[in-house]
Write a protein that binds this ligand. Structure first.
Ligand SMILES: CC(C)(COP(=O)(O)OP(=O)(O)OC[C@H]1O[C@@H](n2cnc3c(N)ncnc32)[C@H](O)[C@@H]1OP(=O)(O)O)[C@@H](O)C(=O)NCCC(=O)NCCS
Length: 373
């Protein structure tokens, strides 16, 4: 069986930053405005008044300091509180495909490959902007690749699940070079009007080239020693947006049509699952967590990553062992662990081992164990 390597990654970084201070100012202005509109209902006890958000809470509870977004003005407009994107005609590249193609081109350049080398593109993300044609097929055309493409969604674990499909395609010989791309436009499915979660997400797109070790030529290659995926159903993170909504005569702006979660429950349930998953995956490869030079973990919450690391190796996360991108990018859904891998791997030496691991809605957990060649 051909061996699979990761030979390049690419990152699309959106143009706008929203700091916690800007975010909180917009939310608090929205809350004041909404409370004034609802004043009578609040006075009658029929509605609860919205309470203020705070920078201190956000930083302490999550570790997030800012986030990147594709469109900022709509998000920070207290009367709107969601991005404002122009609807594009069908003959124009869609937004997901645009940022996906950008990240793919960068990943191919890093791998020393061109679009002509690509046999397959898997667009793996937590939301797709339309039902069909698949965004992956549009990206395929935009970059000029052959082969085939398809979309897949496993929420925050979409990227690692996509990497396993790419590794399997390379190992089976059905493809020699696969692009896995994660356009995460989280700003469009985050409920910016809910103080429990308005600080969580940021936009980004990552892309990963997985190819056969026989033909890979990049200087920076990562042998994939193994991948492991698991899912277990949970309603603790949920978004009910979908094609059935219109037949249910549902309000498209209703709260359940955007991201919702029971944050504390997710924290408590996912931390032990993720730690046990990584430990079992490594044990299956006859490896110990202490042999890992780096953990590129999903970027949802600083405290979650610290606890997972503590369970695995008894150390604090952050810095060298499990670098954080959460502070500057926030949670970028499935792109988070790939983003950490993209930004924090240049210092590793040949033979160094590491784990890319995602966890999130589903629940879903995916891990990819790699060795620097
Ligand atoms: C979301 C998360 C940061 C919240 O942190 P937390 O410590 O659990 O905080 P809680 O939601 O329990 O809220 C604690 C208190 O702060 C309040 N609070 C919530 N948001 C607030 C805000 N923006 N500003 C100020 N106070 C806030 C709550 O109302 C609550 O008040 P109470 O104690 O009076 O009821 C955390 O639970 C988390 O990250 N969970 C995992 C998320 C995750 O991985 N999700 C996966 C998504 S892909």
């Amino acid at each position: 069986m051909p061996q699979a390597v990761i030979s390049g990654t690419g990152l699309y970084q959106p143009p706008h930053v929203i700091t916690n201070a800007e975010l909180v100012a917009a939310f608090n202005a929205h809350a004041e405005r909404q409370n004034a509109i609802d004043a009578d209902a609040i006075a009658r006890g029929e509605k609860a008044a919205l309470t203020a958000s705070s920078v201190e809470f956000i930083e302490k509870a999550s570790g997030i300091k800012q986030r990147y977004v594709i469109e900022k003005d709509g998000v920070l407009d207290p009367a709107r509180m969601r991005p404002k994107f122009a609807q594009r005609p069908d003959d124009q590249l869609s937004l997901m495909a645009e940022i996906g193609a950008d990240a793919c081109r960068k990943a191919l350049a890093a791998a020393g490959r061109t679009a002509a080398d690509v046999d397959a593109i898997f667009c793996a993300a937590s939301n797709m902007q339309r039902a069909y044609p698949a965004i992956a097929v549009e990206i395929q055309q935009a970059i000029g690749a052959g082969g085939y493409g398809f979309d897949m969604n496993v929420a925050c674990s979409s990227a690692t699940f996509g990497i396993e499909q790419a590794v399997n395609a390379v190992r089976s010989g059905s493809a020699k070079c696969v692009l896995v791309v994660n356009p995460e436009i989280t700003s469009a499915h985050l409920e910016w009007k809910d103080r429990d979660c308005h600080f969580i997400f940021g936009d980004v797109c990552t892309a990963t080239v997985v190819e056969s070790a026989d033909t890979a030529t990049a200087a920076d290659q990562w042998e994939v020693l193994g991948t492991r995926l698991v899912t277990q159903f949970s309603n603790a993170i949920r978004n009910n947006f979908g094609f059935i909504n219109r037949s249910e005569d549902a309000d498209p702006l209703a709260r359940d049509k955007t991201f919702r979660q029971e944050g504390r429950k997710v924290f408590k349930e996912v931390v032990p699952m993720a730690a046990a998953h990584i430990e079992a995956h490594l044990a299956g490869l006859k490896l110990e967590p202490t042999q890992m030079r780096r953990f590129w973990l999903h970027q949802a919450n600083l405290g979650m990553n610290q606890l997972i690391l503590k369970k695995l190796v008894g150390a604090e996360a952050g810095g060298d062992l499990a670098p954080l991108v959460l502070d500057t990018y926030a949670n970028t859904s499935s792109a988070g662990s790939v983003l950490a891998f993209h930004e924090y791997r240049a210092d590793l030496k040949p033979g160094d081992l590491g784990v890319v691991c995602s966890f999130g809605a589903g629940y879903s957990i995916g891990s990819v164990v790699v060795r620097k060649k």
